[in-house]
Design a protein around this ligand. Structure first.
Ligand code: NAP
Length: 299
């Protein structure tokens, strides 16, 4: 339990509701900042405006998946007023406090660094990335089904990258009966892909390998599906780019050649906000609980 711990939850979307629920259940003292339009009532949670005073006693601050934008604005679905996180806010936190977010832009990193406050980026964690890969793969599948006139079963699918997302994507497609080609650059990934029944190939051979595909799912966050590659892709193929913005596809050339290509960011929050929220809630609460136990042991 987190009795006696003060947690400030600032902004966000439906995913934050799972986070609020979790911390209320764990008996933390919860401050909701940027939730003025939220109808749900949570006992043990109080709505307060964003101010340095509100953060003075916070042991943890939980920001949305994208913490702030480059100017410090925190997105909030449940508030009409703008939430602007400043140095003054972060400086008002007690020195032991931690700020949790999915991924931080330079603005937030600098703010925490100058104030000497620890920043935890949840999406950098392997466990979070692996859990998140499940709604990501389901979302990508949904887009594939919506944008094709063939079944996934029996289709030739290509997955680029065998990291946390690529692995789940490839396995999900295989489970539906697709023939799955996997583009990798390391021999150990080649061996693992082979062992799992995929058809592995080295990315150097990408231009030849794309000539018979129906669907391509990219997870490599660098320009990989270049104009030269797209020139070899059949017109019927659909490209779904899962890599973070700007993706790894030459979208301009794809459009010019008439190949359907789309960037698909933020799928967990779109297709499964409840699950995505639970992933965050479980991880942050676990981390805060571990900190509380370590702190108690030190006393
Ligand atoms: P990851 O585990 O690091 O996997 C990335 C993969 O890309 C690895 O297989 C890596 O190969 C490969 N790679 C990286 N740079 C490469 C290069 N220059 N050439 C060839 N291969 C390269 O990352 P992840 O967690 O799977 O995430 C992948 C991407 O998806 C990220 O951009 C992430 O932000 C994004 N993402 C998007 C969504 C969404 O909703 N669209 C959801 C989750 C994640 P090696 O192992 O050989 O390095």
């Amino acid at each position: 339990m987190l009795t006696g711990l003060q947690v400030a939850i600032i902004g966000g979307d439906a995913r934050q509701l799972e986070v609020i629920q979790k911390f209320v259940e764990l008996d933390a003292t919860v401050q909701l900042i940027g939730f003025d339009n939220l109808q749900n009532q949570y006992s043990g949670a109080t709505k307060v405006p964003l101010s340095p005073e509100a953060l003075q006693g916070a042991d943890a601050v939980i920001l949305p998946v994208v913490g702030t934008d480059d100017n410090g604005i925190v997105d909030s679905l449940f508030s009409t007023s703008e939430l602007h996180l400043t140095e003054e806010h972060i400086r008002s936190l007690p020195p032991h406090a931690k700020v949790y977010t999915g991924m931080a832009k330079g603005y937030l990193k600098t703010l925490c660094q100058t104030a000497g406050i620890k920043l935890v980026e949840l999406l950098e964690r392997d466990d979070v990335a692996i859990y998140n890969s499940i709604p990501t793969a389901e979302g990508a599948l949904m887009m594939a089904i919506q944008n094709t006139d063939i079944t996934i079963h029996g289709s030739v699918c290509m997955v680029l990258g065998l990291g946390r997302t690529g692995f789940t994507m490839a396995r999900t497609l295989q489970g539906l009966g697709a023939q799955v080609k996997v583009g990798i650059r390391r021999p150990e990934h080649y061996a693992r892909a082979w062992e799992m029944g995929f058809t592995p190939f080295y990315l150097n051979d990408l231009a030849q390998q794309v000539s018979n595909i129906d669907l391509l799912f990219n997870t490599i966050p660098t320009m990989i599906v270049t104009a030269q590659i797209i020139a070899n892709i059949p017109h019927r193929a659909v490209l779904i780019d899962l890599a973070s913005r700007p993706g790894g596809t030459d979208f301009r050339y794809a459009e010019r050649r008439g190949v359907k290509a789309m960037l698909a960011p933020g799928l967990p929050g779109i297709v499964a906000p409840k699950t995505a929220g639970r992933i965050i809630a479980n991880t942050v609460s676990q981390l805060i609980m571990e900190d509380a136990v370590t702190g108690r042991n030190r006393e």
